[in-house]
Design a protein around this ligand. Sequence first.
Ligand code: ZN
Length: 499
Amino acid sequence: MATGQTLSRMLPMTTHVCLLTLFTLSTAVPFNPKSLRADHSNHLLQYHHQQQQEALADVEEQLFPSLSQIKSTRNNINSLQQPQQQEATEAPVSYAGYKLFKTDVQEQLFPVVDSLDVEAGVEVWSCRKKGRSNHYEMDLLTPPHAVREVRQVFIESNVTYQEVIDDLQRAINMEGTTDEIIIWNRPAHPMTWHNYHTLDEMYQYMDYLAAEFPQLVTVEDIGMSFEKRPLRVAKVSTGGPEVKPTIFIDGGIHAREWVSPATALFILHRLVEFGWQEPQLLNRFDWIILPMVNPDGYVYTQKHDRLWRKSRSNLDSSPLCSGVDLNRNFAFKWSTGGSSPQPCSSVYGGPEPFSEPESRALRDILLKNKKQLKVYISLHAYSEMWLLPYAYTDAEKPDNYEDLYNVSVMGVETIRNTSGHDYRMGQAAELLYRASGNSMDYAHSIGIPFSFSLELRDKGKFGFILPKEEIEPTGREFFQAMKTVSEEVYQKLQATSTG
Ligand SMILES: [Zn+2]
C-alpha cells in the first residue's frame, strides 16, 4: 500500500500545486485530445516536469497500477476520436456520468492528482489549503470512463474522498434557468431570486430599475464584449452637490460562476427597492454595480457548455482555442505567475494586458471614477472565502493591509452571524492560489484602498452548479456584510479626513 511518506521520498517536492493543477484545466472540452496536449505542454514548463515524469513513471509502475490502466483506457479513447475543434459542433456539451469527488490530498500527492488530470481528464474545480497543514481539500471532476480507476488511485494512495455529485448533468438539469421556468410574479420585469436568469432578463431588470427609480438609478453601457453584447452598469446615487465616496461591485468575470452576477444584482435590488430601509448606505455612498463583466461567456454557459470560464474572444494568434481569462488580463504584474501563456488553458492571460474589450471597459470605468472609489469588490464562486490583495504574490502585502484585514474580519463575522456560513479570509495568493493580472490587485494598484475579491457559496457540495435555492441566502449574507463593510470604511474615511 502506498503512503504519502513513500511518495515524498520518491517524488520531488512541489509548491503551489493547487495553482499548477489549475493551470491545466482543459477548459471544459471533455475528451478533446488536442486541448489536453496543449495543456500538458504548459505543465512541462511549470513543473520541472522532466524529473517528475521519470519519478512518476516509477511510482506509477510500482505503486499505482491503476494509473497505467487509466492511461491505456485514455489512449484507446483518444485513438477512437479524431481531434476536432471545439467550435465544430453547436450541440450542448453533456456531463452525463461525470462525478465530483471532494478529496483530502497531502501536498506530496500533488503529482498523482496531476497525473489524473493529464491522463484521465480529471479537472480540479477547487483547491483549498486546510489551515496550516500540508493537506488540501480538492474538488475533482471525474469523467465517467475514469471513475473506477480514479477511485482505485484514491484507495492506493490513502486519499480520503467523498462523492458529492454523482451525475453532473443531472445536477445541471436541476439547476434551472429561466429559459425553462419563468416565474412572472411581477409584471414589469422578469427578475426573481429563485432562479438563474438569462443575460437579457438581467438587463431588462436593470432597465426597469432605471425607469422606475429615475432619481436614484442610472444605467449605462460602458462598452461591448467581443461578441458585441453591451456591458451594462447601474449607478445608484441620491445625487446632490456633494461628491460621495463610491463602492464598486462587479460579477460574472468568470462565466460559470453563476451565483456571482445573481448576487451583484441582488445587492442592486436591495439598494434600490429597499434602500429606504438602510438610509446610511445611500446617504454616505454612491454605488456602481457591473453585474456581468463577461456576458459572452455567460451566454455560452447557458447555451453550450455549463463549465466554460473564460471570455469568448477569437484571437488570430490562437485559432484553435477561444477565450481569455479576463481575471488574468489586467495590467498589474501581468503574467508573473498563476496565469498561463497557452491560449487553450483556462487561465490564459491573453497576448498582452488589456487585450480584451471586457477588461478594458472595466479598467476605464474604474479609472474614470478612481478619485471617489473607496471600495472595489469582485464577486466569484466558489469556496466561501474573503480574499485580500495581493493575489499575484504572497511575498508582499499592501501598505494598508491592516485596514483591509480589519474590514474583512468584520465582513466575515457578519456573514457568520447572518447565516452561520463560515467564510475563510486571508491574502488571496496565500489562501487560494497565485493569480497575476487579476482585477482586485489592479483596482488596489490604481488607488482604490479597500479592494477585495469574494468566493461566494458553496464549499464544494455543488461547486459551480449551486442550486437556485441558494441564490437568495447568498445575496442576503453578502448584503449584510456590505452594510458592515460600508460602515467600517465610512468610519475609517472619517478618521482620515478629520485626523
Ligand atoms: Zn472566479
